[in-house]
Design a protein around this ligand. Structure first.
Ligand code: NOJ
Ligand code: NOJ
Ligand code: CA
Length: 708
């Protein structure tokens, strides 16, 4: 018996070894992302600077900020050693799909789509970034080289629109070179043809009106639904590891759940979207975090973005940043997956706001130790900024004119390495330990992995810190940054209840000290799961520490999952056949030791979008809405609250309401409509439940009358 089992275990482990290198880790919490505007980075292939089909959009003098300047995919590939040296592990590149070919204004190249957000053909690669035949060659080559260097490739992706409807190609959309429609020639309803969004707090306008004149794609149209999903899967087949989803507040929200589901079902991936402006001051804040909590799509963290810019550049009180993080942590379930940033291609650069490199360094140190997955905007590490027009778009999209080993470059490298060596950064909790206007001391903790960071942003004042407590064990800690930002040592006495006193000490002006211990975990411990939602059969990865080298088991609501790969820090399993619901996932090591559980949502089946319409709903007052609820997790399991029911529905034809919702393919669902009043009170429609069989593929439609 014994030798036999030994042999089969060996064969099994061989099989595992073969599969692990095919699967790409979904644990994006350990990534540091470098955002590149491809056109502005490096010209690696001058032959694509001024391609014939879109001639005249290139400016070799780099003085017309709306023209192409020559950067391309080959250029990024040529600079991979520089990017790898920075310590980042992922690049987010501007949209690479084939863009509009024409000038927006006749004559000089004004408003060329050098930024990539004006697509014409999502199935092909833009000629300025690849080659004149729009082939995949340069893209494939970049992805292969990046993967060789351990760098993931995240593609910016705009599902909301094609190109400007009022100029250039007038919204024209192609499928691998074959014309589909344009603004004036759209017999199949591929576009919405609504006016520009006027009210950015109106859910219907946001999703169905036109964003900044860009031809608005109708994702509920079966052809467009299939086109966009096929295009994303094609990019996955060409090695894209993740997508930054442009303007997710403007594409159809319910449809985006099925988009995420297709992407995750196809291949491991990470999705994060631009929901501008998902901070707590936004009237649609609740919609923003409901979407992030349920869709499987994480979001760029605009709350921390604004607070970081105010505090580090604008010299506001650290309490603003502390309260932004506290508020978001209370609302976003997957807070360590939020994508954090203080600069982007849509905002003036930090050094334009405040030309103080110390402050930039402090902001970088905060970003890289804060909870969330950090993004560094290309060129910030070179201190690049152009202050024309307050550095706003397009002046923030500077040419990457130097590739030097600056202090910022060194700093980013050190803190990116800490994210790999100390799990408190990627997986840890967040705790404020000491704060005043200028000083912020916060602690990250994942079991015995601890990172304590002290920032003094005052340009001249030192501070005496007294009464600081930490979970760092008693001992002396030198500054992990080795004094790079004037950090000091810390000595800790033993205390009780996780409060070990640090006595009184002094921190210099403009300093960042990082004290840390990678104490590990006492047993198997889970810090991450990705994706967070999927149907039986989907591959899911959990990450953490001390899983052991020999396979143990994973159970979803008690049901054993098939293990695809197992290592000490990462396990990939297949979602087992369990009924739909939100469940704890339990990892058990081969030793029998159990890890902490982590939440996962099991869908009933893969998702397809269905548009629900309920006519003649009861009258509503301001703040009252009609919602949909029903008998599966996708329909909220008969929930009757803003968070648990599906909605709010939309009422452009009041008192008729509609909503696009992603539902389990081929399943017959039961549902009803409810009115949730502003005070939370619920009115159910009368009669029996409605029932609907969701199509097995494509899109669906169901229209009923409210049952009085
Ligand atoms: C947001 C992008 O970040 C911005 O740069 C772009 O112009 C718009 N979405 C439209 O795609
Ligand atoms: C939209 C409003 O915001 C909502 O509260 C109201 O119930 C409907 N319109 C109908 O007036
Ligand atoms: Ca083109």
């Amino acid at each position: 018996m014994k030798p036999h089992r030994h042999i089969s275990a060996q064969i099994w482990l061989l099989a595992l070894a073969c599969c692990t290198h095919i699967l790409q880790a979904q644990d994006f919490k350990k990534q540091v992302i470098y955002q590149i505007v491809t056109d502005r980075f490096y010209d690696g292939d001058p032959s694509n600077d001024n391609p014939a089909q879109s001639a005249g959009l290139y400016d070799s003098t780099k003085t017309n900020w709306q023209a192409y300047w020559g950067g391309d995919l080959a250029g990024i590939q040529k600079k991979l050693a520089y990017i790898k040296g920075l310590g980042v592990t992922a690049i987010w590149i501007s949209p690479t799909v084939d863009n509009e070919n024409k000038n927006l204004a006749s004559g000089s190249p004004i408003g060329s789509p050098y930024h990539g957000y004006d697509a014409r053909d999502f199935m092909r690669v833009e000629e300025h970034f690849g080659d004149a035949a729009n082939t995949w060659k340069a893209f494939d080559s970049l992805v292969a080289a990046a993967h060789q260097d351990g760098i993931k490739v995240i593609v910016d992706w705009a599902n909301n629109h094609s190109n400007y409807k009022g100029g250039g190609e007038q919204g024209a959309l192609y499928n691998n070179g074959v014309f589909m429609a344009s603004d004036a020639n759209d017999p199949n309803g591929y576009f919405h043809h609504n006016p520009d969004i006027a009210d950015f707090n109106d859910r219907y306008q946001l999703q169905y009106y036109t964003l900044e004149g860009l031809e608005d794609l109708n994702q509920e149209n079966a052809t467009i639904d299939n086109y966009l999903k096929t295009a994303m899967q094609q990019f996955q087949a060409h090695g894209a590891d993740g997508f930054r989803l442009d303007a997710i507040k403007h594409a159809t929200w319910g449809w985006e759940y099925s988009l995420a589901n297709i992407v995750f079902s196809n291949k491991p991936s990470f999705l994060y979207g631009e929901w501008f402006n998902n901070n707590s001051g936004d009237p649609l804040y609740h919609d923003a975090y409901k979407f992030a909590n349920k869709s499987g799509i994480s979001e760029l963290d605009f709350g921390v973005n604004q607070a970081m810019r105010d505090v580090f550049a604008g010299d506001k009180n650290f309490s603003e940043l502390d309260s932004a993080i506290t508020t978001e942590n209370a609302n976003f379930v997957w807070q360590n997956d939020l994508v954090t940033f203080f600069d982007s291609h849509d905002e003036s650069r930090f050094l334009t706001l405040n030309n103080n490199k110390n402050r930039l360094h402090e902001a970088l140190a905060f970003l890289l130790t804060c909870r969330g997955i950090p993004v560094i905007l290309y060129g910030d590490e070179q201190y690049l900024h152009i202050d024309t027009s307050n550095g706003n778009d397009p002046y923030d999209r500077v040419w990457m004119s130097s590739f030097d080993k600056t202090s910022a470059y060194t700093l980013i490298g050190k803190l990116a390495a800490l994210r790999q060596s100390n799990d408190a950064i990627a997986y840890g909790s967040w705790k404020q330990r000491w704060i005043n206007n200028d000083v912020y001391i916060y602690e990250r903790q994942f079991y015995n992995d601890v990172v304590l960071v002290a920032i003094n942003k005052n340009n001249s004042a030192t501070y005496n810190i007294s009464g600081l407590n930490t979970v760092l064990p008693a001992g002396t800690y030198t500054d992990y940054l080795g004094g790079l930002l004037n950090g000091v040592s810390l000595s800790v006495q033993s205390g009780s209840g996780g409060n070990n006193p640090a006595g009184t000490f002094t921190i210099p002006a403009n300093s960042v000290s990082v004290w840390q211990i990678a104490g590990g975990t006492p047993g198997p411990a889970v810090g991450s799961i990705g994706p967070t939602i999927g149907q039986p059969g989907m591959s899911v990865t959990i990450a953490g520490d001390q899983f052991g080298s020999r396979p143990g088991s994973v159970a979803v609501n008690g049901a054993a999952a098939a293990i695809q790969s197992w290592s000490n820090a990462s396990v990939t399993f297949t979602v087992p056949n369990v009924a739909n619901g939100i469940y704890p996932v339990q990892l058990t090591a081969a030793s029998g030791a159990k890890a902490n559980t982590i939440q996962f949502t099991v869908l009933t089946a893969k998702l397809v979008p269905v548009t629900f319409t309920v006519n003649h709903a009861p009258s509503t007052n301001v703040g009252d809405y009609i919602f949909l609820t029903g008998n599966t997790i996708e329909l909220g399991n008969w929930g009757t609250t803003f968070d648990s029911a599906v909605g709010p529905m939309l009422d452009p034809n009041y008192p008729d309401w509609f909503l696009n919702v992603s539902l389990p393919a081929g399943v017959t669902v039961q549902f009803k409509f409810i009115k949730i009043a502003a005070d939370g009170s619920v009115t159910w429609e009368n009669g029996n439940n409605h029932s609907f069989m969701v199509p097995v593929s494509g899109t669906g439609n169901v229209t009923v009358n409210w049952q009085n």
